[in-house]
Write a protein that binds this ligand. Structure first.
Ligand SMILES: [Mn+2]
Length: 269
């Protein structure tokens, strides 16, 4: 049987990724999923992208907020920040190939009972509509109109509702897919919070507490949540870039593989 190994946020930690892959009992027919934020904060973003490009059909990834930030900075739409560490991509001889590959990646991937997104879902979203909403965002990435939406999504994105259109719709959808951690009862995202779930601001709850999505959702983005294995929600960001570890889960039996971070001494900020 072909297996899927889902891996948490790599963020330029190429050496940890390679070490984790060596641990996995990968067979030729097996697949690898990366749940987004392939780049930034760690030391080797370009190498992660080169490796990902070379995997072909064996690899599926979804885009995360750091991936979008890189694409935005590369297009001159947003300034890189002092803490950003993706200059290796911007200066690379193969920059256009790397960025061209990245911008074609999806925001949601579904296979069977599994749905992968970077951050999470709006509590009202079921699996099929998520793919349709993600497709609208992917079309916006191809057309370039997403830059206006990405700008509109911060600091306070439009609250998701099905009737949103155009820039507001993409802004709201992107803010959820690549940014959500906690949500208020009225559907607003808590946008500034990055702490552990038990410290959610008053009135906000982790998005998955109120999700009724009819798929098992594989996500990353929330390092302070750590490895989170719920019945229908699996969080895999275990803070490799912050010196903790990189985690993989074999989806069929939920076997977990850990690689302690090899980049902690060099990670910036
Ligand atoms: Mn993220």
């Amino acid at each position: 049987m072909s297996e899927i190994y889902a891996i948490g946020d790599v963020q330029g930690c190429f050496e940890s990724l390679q070490a984790l892959l060596k641990q996995l009992p990968l067979q030729d027919e097996d697949r690898i999923w990366l749940c987004g934020d392939l780049v930034n904060r760690g030391p080797m973003s370009a190498e992660v992208l080169r490796w990902a490009m070379a995997q072909g059909e064996r690899l599926r990834v979804v885009l995360g907020n750091h991936d979008l930030h890189l694409l935005s900075a590369a297009a001159g739409k947003r300034k890189a920040k002092a803490r950003d560490t993706f200059q290796d991509v911007l200066d690379a001889d193969d920059r256009e190939e790397l960025l061209g590959w990245l911008v074609r990646q999806p925001l949601a991937v579904r296979e069977g009972e599994y749905l992968m997104v970077h951050a999470g879902l709006h509590p009202s979203w079921m699996a099929e509509p998520v793919l349709s909403i993600a497709k609208q965002c992917e079309d916006a990435l191809q057309s370039g109109m997403w830059h206006a939406a990405w700008k509109r999504s911060r600091p306070i994105p439009p609250v998701w509702c099905e009737s949103l259109e155009d820039t507001d719709r993409i802004a709201s959808a992107l803010s959820v897919l690549v940014g959500v951690r906690a949500v208020y009862a009225d559907g607003r995202l808590e946008t500034g919070f990055t702490g552990p779930p038990e410290q959610c601001p008053d009135g906000a709850r982790p998005w998955f507490e109120d999700s009724s999505c009819d798929a098992t959702v594989i996500f990353g983005h929330w390092a302070a949540l750590g490895l989170h294995i719920g019945e229908k929600h699996v969080g895999l960001d275990t803070g490799c870039v912050w010196g903790d570890r990189l985690t993989a889960m074999r989806l069929s039996d939920r076997a977990i593989f850990h690689q302690p971070s090899l980049e902690s001494r060099r990670a910036i900020g």
